[in-house]
Design a protein around this ligand. Structure first.
Ligand code: CDP
Ligand code: MG
Length: 138
């Protein structure tokens, strides 16, 4: 069993797609073991994306991620990190495979509907950034 961290990003929440995206996640066999809707502060978004702080898109990305509410969740399942990355599709929705969340729901490269952890270390950091042990109830 493995856990990964998911965010339904502002563009998707603003278009009321969170229900459909969560249904797709569940249909893919990933179990939701924690969930909350929040609006990130700019500082919180900067801390979350700290690995990207030298990248040219960092300022725009953190402004966008703190611009409106998001839905954060912890997903559990066998090989959950890779399975959720596959369900999400490529970062740029123009390259995302048919049937993936980003192909179905993303607006553009930045506003690409969902986030998912990319490795066990990032999953552990990202889960603990938003949830404490009592909030994970799977
Ligand atoms: O989210 P993912 O792990 O697929 O991609 P990333 O390379 O970790 O980038 C994090 C996020 O930054 C992406 O999901 C996009 O929202 C944004 N991004 C961007 O705006 N422009 C880029 N050239 C690359 C990423
Ligand atoms: Mg990433």
């Amino acid at each position: 069993m493995q856990r990964t961290f998911s965010i339904i990003k502002p563009d998707a929440v603003q278009r009321n797609l969170q229900g459909q995206i969560l249904a797709d996640i569940q249909a893919a066999g990933l179990k939701i073991v924690a969930m909350k809707m929040i609006r990130m502060t700019r500082a919180q978004a900067e801390g979350f994306y700290a690995v990207h702080k030298e990248r040219p898109f960092f300022a725009s990305l953190t402004e966008y991620m703190s611009s409106a509410p998001v839905v954060c969740s912890v997903l559990e399942g066998e090989n959950a990190i890779a399975r959720y990355r596959e369900l999400m599709g490529a970062t740029n929705p123009a390259n995302a495979a048919p049937g993936t969340l980003r192909q179905k729901y993303a607006e553009n490269l930045e506003a690409n509907a969902v986030h998912g952890s990319d490795a066990p270390e990032t999953a552990a950091f990202e889960i603990s950034y938003f949830f404490n042990a009592f909030e994970i109830v799977g």
